[in-house]
Design a protein around this ligand. Sequence first.
Ligand code: G6P
Ligand code: ZN
Length: 543
Amino acid sequence: MAVLRFATTPFLDQKPGTSGLRKKVTTFSQPHYLENFVQAIFNAVPALKGGLLVVGGDGRYFNDGAIQTLLRMAAANGVGKVIVGRHGLLSTPAASLLIRRHGAVGGIILSASHNPGGPEGDFGIKFNAANGGPAPERLTEAMHAASQVLQCFYCCDNQDIDLGSLGRSQLETMQVEVIDPVADYAGLMQTLVDFDAIRDWLRAGHRVRLDALHAVGGPYAVKLFEDLLGATLGSVRNAAPQADFAGEHPDPNPVHCAGLVAHMMGAGAADFAAAFDGDADRNMILGRGCVVTPSDSLAILAANARTLPQFRDGLPGVARSMPTSRAVDAVAARLGFDCYETPTGWKYFGNLLDAGRIALCGEESYGTGASHVREKDGIWAALAWLNLLAVRRQPVAEIVREHWASYGRHCYSRHDYEGLPLAAGEAVMATLRGKLAALPGQMVHGLQVSLADDFSYTDPVDGTVSGQQGIRVALADGSRAVFRLSGTGTEGATLRVYLERYLADVAQHAQPAQAALAEVARFAAQLGEIEAHTGRVRADVVT
Ligand code: G6P
Ligand code: ZN
C-alpha cells in the first residue's frame, strides 16, 4: 500500500450551499471532482491530521464508491481514525451524535438530503464540525477557497475496505472502525422520550405508519418504532434503503407523499403518521384527517415541551428560521421564554444550542430538532409527537385545533417556482429589493405594508452578521409574505414564496389554507412581478 500524490486542477464551482456541496451525480462523476473537494476539506481542516473523523451517508447512488475514495484519501491525509457506519450508512442526526459522543474533529456526510437519487439524480457531501453541526460559513468558505487553488490530492492505492462487517481494521496509519449505524442513536432516544408511555399507548390499540421513503431512515425507524416500541410489524413502510429511492422523491411533504396523505385522509387511517427524507433529518407529521405544518409542529411541541422527559425542566428558549411561521413566537411570548429568528439553514441554530440559549428549534422546510444533536432530527420529531399523544391521549387533529383555539392560527403555505433560469429568479429578488425602501406604511395592491426588509441576522453569540437572507414583507393585519431563492437545488433557480396569515377568530380556523391565503398570495405575486419575470402564472409546488 502506498500514498500517492495526484496532480489536479481546480473546478470553479465547488462552493458549498445551504447544506454542503450538492451537485448532479454526473458532475460528481467527472474525474477528480469528488477527490478535489475532499482534498479541499482536508486542506481547510488541518486538525483532521491525526484526528478522529466520522463518515457515513444516506445510501444513495454513488455513496459506496465515494466512501471508499474518501477512506483512501483520509488515510493518505494522515487522519488518525475513522468511524464509519456499516455499509457506509449513517443518518445525518446519527452522524451528528457520533461526532459529539466520540469527540471527533468532525464528520463527512454523503447525502443530497431530500433531492432525488440515481445516476441522473443528485449527490452531496457536507462537513460537520466538532459540535456535530453543519460547518459554519467561515469553514465552508475556507473549503471553497482551498478548492480554487488546489494543485494535487493524496490517495492510497489499497483495495476496497469491507464495510459490511463490524469491527476494526487498519489503512496505512489510520484505524477504521465499522459500527452499527443505529445503536448509539437508538440508545440516546430512550433517554429523551418516555418509551413506556408510548408502548402503553400503542398497546391500547393505536396504530402508526412511518414512511422512510426507501431511504436511510428505514433501519432507524424499524429499530425504534417496531423493535423497541412494539408497533405492529410493517408499521414502517419503504424501510429498505435503495440507491435510487425507488425512483421517488425522498422529500417528506404533502406533494411528494401524496399516498401517505391519502391514507391518512381516508377511512382506516392510522392514528399517527410521519415521513422522513433521504438522510432522515426532515419529518412530516400527520394525524387522522390532518397534515400538521412544520411551523405548527414546532409551536405545538414548544407549547407542550414539559410533557417530554427531555424538556422536563422547561425550555430556555426556542428558535425558528425566518420564513417559518410565527406560531412559535406566540407560544414563547405567552410561556415566557426567548424566541430567536435565524436565517434559513440549520447551521444558524448551532451557536444558540451550544450556548444553551435554546433547546428546541425548527424550520418550515420540514425540519425539527433539539439540543441532543446539532442537526434536525426526523425520527426524534416523530418520537416527540408520539410522546405527546401518549400523554394527552387525544387525536392529533384535536391537539392542533385546541392549539389554534388557544394561540390563534398562523395559517401557512409555501409556493415554489421550480426550475427557473437563474436570471429569472434573481430578477424577482432584485425587483423586490428595489421596492423595499418605499414600502413601509404604504397601501400596495390593496394591502397595507407595515414592515419590509432584506433579512439580516446578527448572531447573538459570536456577533457574525449574515445579510441578504430573504425579503420579508409584513402586512398591517398580521399577514406576511417572504421571498428567497433556494440554496439546495442543483439546477437553475427555485423561487420560494412563503405566505402567512394570522387568524385569531376560532370561527375562521377550519378554512383551507389556500383559501385563507389567497389574498396574500396575489399580493406577493404582484409585488414580485413573478409572472413578468418568470412567465409562470402559478407556483409549481404548493405545500
Ligand atoms: C436544508 C437545510 C435546512 C434548510 C433547507 C433550506 O435542508 O438543512 O436547514 O432549511 O435546506 O432549503 P432551501 O432549498 O429552501 O434553501
Ligand atoms: Zn435531509
